[in-house]
Write a protein that binds this ligand. Structure first.
Ligand SMILES: Nc1ncnc2c1ncn2[C@@H]1O[C@H](COP(=O)(O)OP(=O)(O)O)[C@@H](O)[C@H]1O
Ligand SMILES: [Mg+2]
Length: 391
C-alpha cells in the first residue's frame, strides 16, 4: 500500500535508536514523521499539531504509553494510535485496545509486520473521517430541507390560501379549485419533508416522542375530516368505523396523526375512482389472536407481548392491492412496490418507513395485508393507557 500524500505520524519512544529506525522506514515508505522522547513531549506536540497516527511505546519512564493514550483521548483527539511493546501479551493488548488503541505490535518488529499495520490503521482512520464527513453533510442537507425548503413552501401555501378565500377580490369556483389543488400539492411536499426529517431523527436517535394518554377517536376523526375533501374530489367514499367506548391509547398525538394521514394519503393515491376507504379504530377483543397474525417482518417492541389491552387501528381500501412478496419491503425507506400505482402520482417511498418507526416508537406494531385486485389493509396495534382494562 502506498502512503497518502500528507499523512503524518508521531513516533513516541524513549529509546532513540528505535525511534530513528522507525522514522527512517516510515519516511522511506512516504510518510512524514516527528519524534517525541516521552509522554509529556508527545502531548505537547499533539496539542500544537495535527497527526494521523501515533506510534506509542508502551513502557516509558515517568508516563507509560497507556496513560499517554488516555490523556490523548481525554483531550478529545481521535488520532489513530498503535501501541508498541517489548513484552507482548494478550492482556496487555486488551488493555491498550480498551484505552482506545487501534492496534498493537511487539518490539522488535519486522518491516513486513509493522508497515501493513500502519497502512491499515491509517486506512481505517480515513474511512472513519469520510463517514463523519458524510454524516455532517447529511445533517446539513436535512437542516437545509427543514429551513430553506419547508419554510418557503409553507409561505406559498399561506399566500395562495389568502387568494383562494377571496380576501384579495372575487374568485370563482373553478379558480378556487385550481388554487386548492396547488395547496394540496404543496402540502404533499411538506408531508414528504416531514417524513424525511423524522426518519432522520429516528435514525440519529434524536426523535423525542411526547407520549400521553389520548382518546384515539378524537385523533382519528380529526384526520378523517382533513381527508374528506380530498377523498370526495377523487370520488372515493371515505367512511369511519369507530368502536364504542374506546380505551385511551398511550401515544404521541402528532406522530399518530401523521401515521394515519400517511396511510390515508396512500389509500387515496392507490384507490381508483368509485373506490372505498374505511378508517377503523376498535378495541381488540382477543389480543393473542391479533398478535398471532402479525407477520415476521413487523418488529415487535419490548413489552408489547405483555400488553393486555390493545387498540386496532386500520385503513382499508379497495385499490389494486400489493403483491404479497412486497408487503414487508414497502416499510423500508425509499421503497415503492412494483405495479401498484393506479395514478402516476409520484411520492418518495418514505411514508410507510415513517409510519413503522413512529408506531414502533410508541410501543405498537404495524403491518399490511393485501389481495391483488381487491384492496389493501394497513393495521396498527397500539398499546392502551397503563395496564388498565384487559381486552
Ligand atoms: N394503500 C395502498 N395500496 C397499494 N399500494 C400501497 C398502498 N400503500 C402503500 N403502497 C405501496 O407502498 C409503497 C410505499 O408507500 P409509501 O412509503 O407511503 O411511499 P409513497 O407513498 O411515497 O410511494 C407505495 O409506493 C406503494 O407501492
Ligand atoms: Mg405514501
Amino acid at each position: 500500500m502506498k502512503a497518502q500524500a500528507a499523512e503524518r505520524i508521531l513516533i513516541v519512544d524513549d529509546e532513540p535508536d528505535i525511534a530513528l529506525i522507525l522514522k527512517l522506514h516510515l519516511e522511506d515508505a512516504g510518510y512524514r514523521t516527528v519524534c517525541a522522547q516521552d509522554g509529556d513531549q508527545a502531548l505537547a506536540i499533539l496539542a500544537e499539531e495535527e497527526f494521523d497516527l501515533v506510534l506509542l511505546d508502551f513502557r516509558m519512564p515517568r508516563m507509560g504509553g497507556v496513560e499517554v493514550l488516555q490523556r490523548i483521548r481525554e483531550s478529545g483527539s481521535d488520532v489513530a494510535v498503535i501501541m508498541m511493546t517489548a513484552h507482548g501479551s494478550e492482556n496487555l493488548a486488551v488493555e491498550c485496545m480498551k484505552s482506545g488503541a487501534l492496534d498493537y505490535f511487539p518490539k522488535p518488529f519486522t518491516l513486513d509486520d509493522m508497515l501493513p499495520r500502519v497502512a491499515r490503521a491509517l486506512a481505517y482512520r480515513r474511512a472513519v473521517r469520510e463517514k463523519q464527513r458524510l454524516e455532517e453533510e447529511k445533517a446539513d442537507f436535512v437542516s437545509m430541507l427543514s429551513h430553506d425548503l419547508k419554510n418557503p413552501i409553507t409561505a406559498v401555501v399561506g399566500s395562495i390560501d389568502i387568494v383562494r378565500e377571496g380576501r384579495l377580490g372575487p374568485v370563482n369556483a373553478e379558480q378556487a379549485e385550481y388554487l386548492q389543488s396547488a395547496i394540496d400539492s404543496c402540502n404533499e411536499v411538506v408531508a414528504m419533508i416531514d417524513n424525511l426529517l423524522d426518519i432522520h431523527r429516528f435514525e440519529a436517535g434524536r426523535m423525542q416522542m411526547n407520549i400521553r394518554d389520548h382518546n384515539p377517536a378524537d385523533i382519528v376523526k380529526a384526520v378523517a375530516d382533513k381527508f374528506a375533501r380530498v377523498a370526495e374530489h377523487e370520488q372515493i367514499k371515505l367512511s369511519l368505523d369507530l368502536g364504542r367506548e374506546l380505551p385511551l391509547v398511550a401515544v404521541d398525538r402528532t406522530a399518530l396523526t401523521r401515521v394515519i394521514a400517511n396511510l390515508l394519503a396512500n389509500a387515496v393515491k392507490f384507490t381508483p375512482e368509485g373506490g372505498e376507504i374505511v378508517l377503523s379504530c376498535r378495541r381488540t377483543r382477543d389480543c393473542d389472536a391479533q398478535r398471532s397474525v402479525i407477520p415476521p417482518y413487523a418488529r415487535i417492541p419490548g413489552g408489547f407481548a405483555a400488553q393486555r389491552c390493545l387498540v386496532r387501528l386500520s385503513v382499508r381500501d379497495t385499490g389494486n392491492g400489493i403483491p404479497s412478496e412486497e408487503l414487508g419491503n414497502i416499510f423500508e425507506r425509499f421503497v415503492q412496490a412494483r405495479g401498484t400505482s393506479v395514478r402516476e402520482r409520484g411520492g418518495a417511498g418514505l411514508g410507510l418507513a415513517y409510519c413503522k418507526m413512529a408506531v414502533e416508537g410508541m410501543g405498537g406494531v404495524i403491518w399490511a395485508a393485501s389481495e391483488i385486485g381487491k384492496g389493501s389493509e394497513f393495521i396498527a396495534l397500539l398499546p392502551c393507557q397503563g395496564e388498565a382494562g384487559a381486552c
